[in-house]
Design a protein around this ligand. Structure first.
Ligand SMILES: [Zn+2]
Length: 339
């Protein structure tokens, strides 16, 4: 075991002397074909889990902390493509401290987890909740699917590991079905994102909420897309990644609102502070897009499913205190729901 651990340390050292530019880290990438040859398929996941666990001891330290596995590390692993096209794209491109060396959680899923844990009732309520998790991240999936009151549905167009094969431009569920939807970095892969957004809007319940994340350029004013760019090579050159079909920009919120969503743009750094952002390996400028579905009916006192903490406060205290609450969490709902 000692010599195996020494081998892991040497491999990790080598990985950092190379130009790491893939999303899982070059060590894992290099090992995967070897593992697939010598270990039966059904044991791959277990082996990779053991590998990551042992590898993590090489990174033990105090600077970084993973909220999923509670590990403390001197650094996280890098992730993302080192493509100059993605230089100004928040949430895309190469990130230096992105992946937990133990549980492999990514910065994107840690961000959503911390938001859900700190700003919603989702992990604490006993209400029955229907939750749709599109292209699920492994650690977030584990947390959500283990909650007995959450009717958890994972979905993906291609992955064989999900519960439902789903094209989100044509969702096979009835209107107003889900209380919560999490769709993290998916829409940038979908040619007809307007239709996908419309479908997500359709299946979300009034008073429900959805987190719809994409990589966003801070230098572009308008989302850039070109339907004539179709090959993986062209897409990598133009959009920064071979399977991306656009680069979203500051108008992303408008695109969500165009299908009917009310959108709150939330930055977790403003709540947790820059030290926490660094400690959890998050991106300072990555905003969370919290989308909700308006309803014209007067609130009747019954909340469906998990609610945003402050929304719950708004509902229970009703309109008298609404003016005291942050605009970010009220948005247009203030006039629509409680008039
Ligand atoms: Zn971790």
């Amino acid at each position: 075991m000692t010599s195996f651990y020494m081998l892991l340390c040497e491999t990790e050292k080598m990985s950092h002397s190379w130009n790491i530019s893939n999303t899982k880290g070059i060590t894992m990438k290099k090992l995967e074909p070897f593992i697939k040859r010598i270990i039966p398929k059904k044991y791959h996941q277990y082996f990779m889990g053991i590998y990551s666990y042992l590898r993590s001891f090489y990174y033990v330290g105090s600077r970084y902390e993973c909220p999923f596995c509670s590990g403390h590390f001197r650094k996280f692993l890098p992730a993302g493509l080192n493509n100059p096209v993605l230089k100004d794209v928040v949430g895309g491109g190469y990130r230096l401290n992105a992946q937990c060396p133990r549980c492999n959680s990514g910065d994107r899923e840690r961000l959503i987890y911390l938001y859900v844990k700190n700003k919603t009732d989702l992990l604490f309520t006993n209400n029955n909740i229907r939750l749709l998790h599109v292209a699920p991240e492994k650690n977030l999936q584990k947390v959500l699917s283990l909650k007995p009151n959450i009717d958890y549905i994972s979905a993906d167009l291609k992955s064989p590991l999900v519960m439902v094969k789903m094209d989100i431009t044509n969702i096979k569920y009835e209107d107003n079905y889900f209380d919560v939807i999490i769709c993290n970095h998916v829409l940038e892969h979908i040619p007809d994102d307007h239709r996908a957004m419309s479908e997500l809007y359709r299946v979300l319940k009034p008073n429900g909420w959805a987190i719809l994340q994409v990589p966003i350029s801070v230098s572009l004013k308008k989302t850039y897309e070109d339907p004539m760019v179709t090959t993986p090579e062209e897409r990598e050159k133009v959009f920064g990644q071979s399977d991306h079909v656009r680069i979203y920009a500051k108008d992303y919120k408008d695109r969500l609102e165009n299908v009917g969503f009310y959108v709150d743009v939330y930055n977790i750094a403003n709540d947790l502070g820059d030290d926490a952002i660094c400690r959890y390996g998050l991106l300072r400028d990555e905003n969370i897009y919290i989308c909700s579905k308006p309803t014209e009916r007067v609130f009747d006192g019954n909340l469906t499913g998990a609610t945003l903490h402050n929304t719950t406060v708004i509902c229970r205290e009703e309109s008298a205190q609404m003016t005291d609450l942050p605009d970010m969490l009220i948005g247009n709902r203030k006039n629509k729901i409680y008039k």
